[in-house]
Design a protein around this ligand. Sequence first.
Ligand code: IMP
Length: 178
Amino acid sequence: MADQSAALGEVLVSAEAIARRVAELGREISADYRGGTPHLIGVLKGAWIFMADLIRHFEIDVTVDFLSIASYGDETESTGEVKITKDLDVGIEGRDVLIVEDILDTGRTFQYLSNVLLAHQPRSLKLAALLDKRSRRIIPVQADYVGFEIPDAFVVGYGLDYAQKYRELPEVRVLRSP
Ligand code: IMP
């Protein structure tokens, strides 16, 4: 294993805290969609671990799909340019769609995705984000479900990367030096 200690800073959200909060969110989302079958769209690659854990706490039926987007590249600043690199496999017309994101930062990605998805006429469209850097928002959007609000720091782990690294960490940590 490579030495990660120089690049990684403090643990912002522990694996235990994530597990507790994701279980709560799974139950809350299930209660809100009771009687229906929400269609979860995970935004790759950052959200796959969160989504995999989240749906295992669902108490209702759920279907899933994934979108892949290119946003940050190897940088830590948003360019505002988002490109879909893997499209949806199934249509969403008339479905109760829940986008699952790793982190809501400037809000640009969510704004772009919601415009694209609303054009396909889902019955409803909501957002679940594991992390929310509210102080960084440029576009005034809000997630319907948030795991943790975090300060303005670049974070990695539990699916989130820097230059494709650190997704495997079980907790969310601050990236000290790239
Ligand atoms: P937004 O478009 O600025 O809201 O950024 C959303 C996307 O930027 C997320 O889905 C992440 O892929 C990426 N991102 C934003 N902040 C971080 C971070 O602290 N660590 C890793 N990725 C981040």
